[in-house]
Design a protein around this ligand. Structure first.
Ligand SMILES: Cc1cc2nc3c(=O)[nH]c(=O)nc-3n(C[C@H](O)[C@H](O)[C@H](O)COP(=O)(O)OP(=O)(O)OC[C@H]3O[C@@H](n4cnc5c(N)ncnc54)[C@H](O)[C@@H]3O)c2cc1C
Length: 462
């Protein structure tokens, strides 16, 4: 017989999204359970590049990583052109961190637990409990010496299980919160954490390399974690028949004089990540979804830890006010949507337009754009902060027109102005995210038509 437990809130999955929420609810006075299938040594165990901006901690109030969870302060990001001859340096002293995910994540979980959140590790949530058409909790199996089944009943169930969406994908398919991920709106990324046999120059600079041969539809990276340890990986767009990044890693990165000089591989693994705008709604009756399964990620670089924390912050505020008034329907939980969508979500949607466009460019076009200053350091910084592209180098675009005339063939670079226009338009739509659930279908139609129109304009059929 399964054991029945009753909570106010049950959080399923204790990765960046779930453990941030557990931490943010720790002093709420609510009865909260956190369920995680992994054991303590695998908390935040999903493979990752391990890089995160400082701003996310400041925004959400989560603790800044400290040693030993903090492995390296990041002072700049270098972006390399396909030939690697052009480098753009986005410098922001003390702007980010390379972390040990397990150590940082476990710290959050432990602090939440100390303040009264019940943590169930090695506990696998199998499915939602739906009673009289209403989400009432989750059904889970606890692994240990003896396997035991537990029914966790709760007023609010939070799915924070990452891209697998263990609970969300088993909800009734007609609930608007169930929104499948299109393969081309996601990537598969593979990374190794390695010890190299040389001192990495400027370990406080993380490097991103754009090259459609090594990382089709994505990029590859080298992120130092100190002088001798690096997180090196490749992200590749899914759904277009590109090779798996593990294969590309062996072919290209194992063979390079820098990434191939490895003494020891400390860990290697790959995983899927969404790279799109946020899900149309992250809440429904008695339900909230945050992190990768709500598609709260940066579509350009695939960074999802920071936005998972932001989504957890809006979820925590919403949960507290839902308990104040004792209403757990979509109407009350909706404020998590308006909170997230009109801020981070709007920026994310703008960047999603840019992401789709960037995935159409060839090495030659990227090289030309970077050499000729189409994308300057200043414009890149501004775009990454706002999700809009206001500081385009028009003179450089004029030169691109000249190039077209000289070479007699079209270049996608001329479409940059269109991209800028659609980024602003989609951002505006997100700033007008509906006030009430009834208005959602109409709004979704507008967003989808805008994307369709944009894709048709730049010739994208995927
Ligand atoms: C190779 C790679 C590199 C990346 N690099 C970066 C980077 O440098 N910076 C960055 O910010 N982001 C990066 N990302 C993205 C980032 O890893 C994710 O966005 C982030 O981990 C999402 O957090 P999450 O909590 O939503 O999901 P996850 O990290 O996937 O956590 C979900 C948790 O739920 C648990 N779980 C799953 N199913 C169940 C179940 N049924 N029952 C109980 N528990 C369950 C899992 O064990 C896991 O602990 C990268 C991703 C990949 C794949």
């Amino acid at each position: 017989m399964p054991r029945d437990l009753k909570y106010d809130v049950v959080i399923v999955g204790l990765g960046p999204a779930g453990s941030s929420l557990a931490y943010l609810l720790k002093d709420s006075g609510l009865k909260v359970a956190g369920i995680e299938v992994a054991g303590p040594e695998r908390v935040w165990g999903k493979p990752c590049g391990d890089a995160i901006g400082k701003g996310h901690f400041l925004e959400t109030g989560l603790p800044l990583p400290k040693e030993p969870a903090l492995m390296q302060v990041v002072n700049a990001v270098d972006i390399y052109s396909p030939s690697e001859e052009v480098r753009l340096r986005l410098a922001e002293p003390n702007g980010g961190f390379m972390i040990d995910r397990n150590k940082y994540g476990f710290q959050l979980v432990e602090e939440a637990q100390k303040s009264g959140v019940d943590i169930y590790l090695r506990t696998h949530a199998l499915k939602p409990i739906i009673e009289d058409g209403k989400l009432a909790g989750v059904y889970a199996k606890q692994h240990g010496e003896e396997e035991s089944a537990i029914r966790f009943y709760a007023n609010i169930v939070v799915d924070a299980t990452g891209s697998g969406g263990a609970i969300k994908r088993k909800l009734p398919p007609d609930w608007p919160v169930v929104e499948p991920l299109k393969p081309t709106d996601s990537a598969v990324a593979f990374r190794k954490i390695v010890e190299v046999d040389y001192d990495i120059e400027e370990p406080d600079v993380i490097r991103i390399y754009i090259n459609e041969n090594i990382a089709p539809g994505g990029y590859w990276w080298l992120f130092p974690k100190g002088k001798r340890i690096a997180n090196i990986g490749i992200g590749v767009q899914r759904g277009r028949g590109f090779p798996h990044p593990r294969e590309l890693y062996t072919k290209y990165l194992d063979a390079r004089p820098d990434t191939g000089r490895v003494v020891r591989v400390l860990n290697e693994a790959g995983a899927l990540l969404p790279t799109r705008r946020p899900a149309n709604t992250i809440v429904w009756d008695n339900f909230i979804s945050i992190g990768d399964n709500a598609y709260t990620v940066n579509p350009i670089h695939g960074g999802g830890m920071g936005y998972a924390m932001t989504a957890a912050m809006y979820a925590a505020k919403t949960i507290k006010s839902a308990f104040e008034i004792g209403d757990f329907t979509v109407n009350t939980l909706w404020q998590a949507n308006t909170g997230y969508m009109r801020t981070t979500g709007a920026k994310q949607a703008g960047l999603d337009i840019l992401r789709i466009y960037l995935q159409t460019l060839t090495n030659e076009e990227v090289e030309w754009a970077m050499r000729n200053g189409v994308a300057s350091v200043e414009s890149l910084m501004e775009t990454s902060i706002s999700g809009e592209m206001k500081k385009l180098n028009i003179t450089a675009l004029e030169k691109a027109k000249l190039l077209v005339r000289m070479l007699g063939r079209p270049t996608k670079l001329l479409e940059l102005l269109t991209v800028g226009e659609y980024m602003s338009r989609v951002k505006k739509l997100y700033l007008q995210y509906p006030e009430k659930p009834e208005e959602l279908p109409k709004w979704v139609d507008k967003v989808e038509s805008l994307y369709k129109e944009f894709k048709a304009k730049i010739g994208v059929d995927w």
